[in-house]
Design a binder for this molecule. Structure first.
Ligand code: PEP
Ligand code: MN
Length: 264
């Protein structure tokens, strides 16, 4: 095992002894939806908020995110909740737009190979959550991280979010091999996104527990107050109540490994 370097999102340390849960909606849809979800996941024990402002959707007809229209209320909600925020940049020009109110940038699976975006993020000081492409080899993922690190930004967190296999019963296949491999071969912290990995909300909690048991540094989980009405990824979103239940069980799993949750 190589000792993991820690990376700070706001005041939250990722990669240390404590386990970090990042949670929130796939897409930020309205002030009320973001506020309600954020307040609730904080109460349940999440220490970082997530929420998409721009979405990389397979279909152009799908909801593409609120974009600039959401900036003012996002700042307000974030201040009210008092947790750091991570959001995806789908284009290098968006870094400038959001760097003053997000605490970390997410690179989506589809952009793991977008080397010009990675180089731009290498010029930033805020951390970058680098998702693994669904067809990316572990080696390509680690080499993609080098593009950010070599630019001078060492604050990279890896995220395993499921890969494409022959299996179609679930959205993707969670590759826990990748998590244990990376813990052994890289200094970078690694977290798991069970929501995109499995794509079915009922199955998400079990993968949260498995990720903790496998030694991941944390989770990023999609949560929505009313998944049936979600504008993106409703099938995989936990409700506020199921997220709360999952967190209680997760603490027991962490306890079995002499670990605890990172607290805000
Ligand atoms: C997301 O986090 O909502 C997302 C689009 O994830 P991915 O890039 O892993 O598909
Ligand atoms: Mn999503």
């Amino acid at each position: 095992m190589i000792k993991t370097k820690t990376v700070q999102i706001g005041k939250i340390e990722i990669g240390g002894p404590r386990f970090t849960v990042i949670a929130g909606p796939c897409s930020i849809e309205s002030e009320n939806q973001f506020n309600q979800t954020g307040q609730s996941v904080k109460k349940s024990g999440a220490s970082v908020l997530r929420g998409g402002i721009w979405k990389m959707r397979t279909s152009l007809k799908s909801f593409q995110g609120l974009g600039h229209d959401a900036f003012d209320f996002i700042k307000k909600v974030k201040a009210e909740i008092g947790l750091p925020l991570i959001s995806e940049v789908t284009d290098a020009r968006q870094i400038e737009d959001i760097h003053h109110f997000v605490d970390a940038f997410q690179v989506g699976a589809r952009n793991m190979h977008n080397y010009s975006l990675l180089k731009e993020l290498g010029q930033q000081s805020k951390p970058v959550l680098l998702k693994r492409n669904f067809s990316g080899f572990i080696d390509e993922w680690l080499k993609a991280a080098d593009y950010i690190i070599n630019g001078g930004n060492e604050n990279v967190i890896l995220c395993e979010r499921g890969i494409r296999t022959f299996e179609t019963a679930t959205r993707n296949t969670l590759d826990l091999n990748a998590v244990v491999y990376v813990k052994k071969h890289s200094q970078l912290p690694v977290i798991v996104d069970p929501s995109h990995a499995v794509g079915i909300s009922d199955l998400v909690p079990s993968l949260c527990y498995a990720s903790a048991a496998a030694g991941a540094d944390g989770l990023i989980v999609e949560v929505h107050p009313n998944p049936a009405e979600a504008l993106s990824d409703g099938d995989q979103a936990l409700t506020l109540e199921t997220f709360d239940k999952m967190m209680k069980q997760l603490e027991k799993v962490l306890h079995a490994f002499d670990r605890g949750l990172n607290k805000p």
